[in-house]
Write a protein that binds this ligand. Structure first.
Ligand code: GRG
Length: 301
């Protein structure tokens, strides 16, 4: 796909997702108004909206064309946003900036930061459950998609990865490759896997195809995290909307500190190409999705 057309499509799709998210935002009223404001503040702070985009594109790849995907797209961005809100808390990374603006706890206080994260996680499931109300909803598929969403976000997914990551920060001996891959697979790849798998499931993909997508999203997720670590070294804080150099400051072991910049960049290319090769095997229109994966190789933010 030609670069200009891809960029125009990317912008249009991002805008559509922003509109979709607005549709599902909770109303800021009642005695719990403050937490609702904090949830919406973090959710509407920008961000690339990659996960809902990948979900929708995978849904289309397998021929999906209904609205049943929409509540899941919004839910995925809510789960992703909650993880960022909690990750920024003083007890975790203690960050002041994210997505180019003050972090949620910096604006609303620590207690509200915790509650906004909790609120977003729970509201994500309340939102995803709305898929059952969509006219074309296939109950079994929606239930299967809910199960994937729940598992990949939980202790056998993202929360598990974050736990291992936090403990690894205290580890003085070098992390093993296996340990690092466990962290990357769960902390980062799990939500990308959930996004793409939910898209495939709701579009009616077969068991084998869902497994193919899980592997493809694994590659994308690991590549995405390595690139994130690369950007922490060579990125621009203005473009990123958050400070760089935090891994070095926190003496954090990453793929880059363990393998060097060159090898890390090469790994991002290889993993992304493998992901594209898997998408090539699937019959359907995967052009935009493939271009998106390629673009992420040298993303700057
Ligand atoms: C607190 C349970 C819990 C989990 C936190 C996701 C996470 C785990 C921590 C956030 C920090 C981090 C480096 C996560 C890895 C995934 C990642 C690179 C997230 C950033 O995703 P982008 O670049 O962010 O898609 P935007 O802002 O564009 O949505």
């Amino acid at each position: 796909m030609e670069k200009d057309r891809f960029q125009a499509e990317l912008q249009a799709k991002t805008k559509q997702i922003e509109e979709l998210l607005k549709k599902y935002l909770p109303e800021e009223k009642g005695y719990q108004k403050t937490v609702l404001e904090a949830m919406n503040y973090s959710l509407m702070a920008g961000g690339k909206r990659l996960r809902p985009m990948m979900m929708q594109e995978t849904y289309r790849l397998f021929g999906g064309n209904g609205t049943v995907i929409e509540p899941f797209m919004a839910a995925m961005e809510m789960i992703h946003t909650y993880s960022l809100v909690h990750d920024d808390l003083p007890a975790m990374d203690n960050d002041e900036y994210r997505r180019g603006r003050k972090t949620t706890h910096t604006v609303y206080g620590e207690a509200m930061g915790i509650l906004a994260g909790d609120g977003l996680l729970n509201y994500a499931f309340e939102t995803a459950l709305k898929a059952f109300e969509e006219p074309e909803a296939d109950l079994k598929k929606v239930a299967q998609a809910m199960a994937v969403l729940a598992r990949k976000a939980g202790v056998y997914g993202m929360i598990g990865g974050q736990t291992a990551d936090i403990e690894a920060e205290e580890q003085t001996e070098p992390l093993t490759r296996e340990q690092l891959l466990y962290i990357h697979e769960n902390k980062t790849a799990a939500l990308i896997q959930a996004s793409m798998m939910v898209g495939a499931i709701l579009a009616g993909a077969s068991k084998e195809e869902i497994a193919q997508i899980e592997k493809c999203a694994y590659n994308i997720g690991i590549a995405f995290q390595i690139q994130d670590d690369i950007l922490d070294v060579i990125g621009d804080s203005k473009e990123l909307g958050k400070p760089v150099g935090s891994d070095e400051k926190n003496h954090k072991q990453t793929y880059v500190t363990l393998n060097g910049l060159e090898q890390s960049m090469e790994e991002v290319r290889v993993l992304s190409q493998e992901a594209v090769n898997i998408l090539d095997e699937i019959d359907g229109d995967g052009e935009f999705l493939k271009q998106l994966v390629i673009t992420l190789i040298d993303r700057r933010k």
